[in-house]
Design a protein around this ligand. Structure first.
Ligand code: SF4
Length: 86
């Protein structure tokens, strides 16, 4: 039986350095390290959906989402809302 809470199946559940998922730049080596971590995670879809719905920034589901206070973050938020509405 699949666990109802996707977070319990997250590859990053017990990671020692979770800050790698919250870098201010997509080109940061730590962002790339986080994305490699996500590449072997079984719940990328659930994770990214959560981030879109809750407007989270950082690496979610292997995708870098910019900090929402930036212009790029605002554009990403609008695009995410359009994607969710279609
Ligand atoms: S997709 Fe990445 S950030 Fe999301 S739960 Fe998995 S390892 Fe963590």
């Amino acid at each position: 039986m699949r666990h109802r809470n996707w977070r319990h199946r997250a590859a990053c559940r017990n990671i020692a350095d979770p800050e790698i998922f919250f870098q201010l730049s997509e080109s940061s080596p730590l962002t790339e390290k986080a994305q490699r971590f996500c590449a072997r995670c079984p719940v990328t879809d659930e994770c990214l959906t959560y981030a879109v719905v809750h407007n989270c920034w950082g690496v979610w589901g292997g995708v870098y989402r910019p900090e929402p206070t930036t212009a790029a973050g605002e554009r990403a938020r609008r695009a995410a809302r359009r994607a969710m509405a279609s």
